[in-house]
Design a protein around this ligand. Sequence first.
Ligand code: CO
Length: 198
Amino acid sequence: MRHLPELFDANRRWAEQLRSRDPLYFERLCGLQRPKYLWIGCADSRVPANSIIGLEPGEVFVHRNIANLVNPDDTNCMAVLQYAINVLAVEHVIVCGHYGCGGVQAAMGPDVENPLEDWLSPLRQLVRASGSEEGTPPPSPNSRAHWYGLCERNVTRQVEVLESLPLIQAARDRGQPLSLHGWIYDLHDGLLRDLRTA
Ligand code: CO
């Protein structure tokens, strides 16, 4: 017996629907992928990249991990960036965080077990830095405003990390069009906000 039959049924309906709309749909996609966007987002099940921005298969290259982190020591993320920029020549790299991120919240609390604790380490630094800004009262560790503020700051930080990567600088040096974006998604209304131009 096949496992998870409901998922296979849904898959068959989905493929049939697309083929009935356009008989050559899959054939064309097989030939080439030329996405303009690389999405770096949280693994959270409520933040599915393609659905949120209304893009079809073939239109966005996606990398997701807990709390949408860009860590130069993360071979997975670096390989995705390398391929997306050097081979696919995406024109936009979007880091998209979201309010209510569990990864950010975990980094505000007590240590957790590895490997998650190791993964959260850049976020812990961000949390520590946010509590030591001069002239500001120490944030309440349980405050939702503090949590949501950190979700935003995390996105901004990841864009800064991207800016510093030799891979990105090399693309710019050779004149490749490449923009970096920092966005945040609100689970409450399903809307995105651009943190860099806001
Ligand atoms: Co999250």
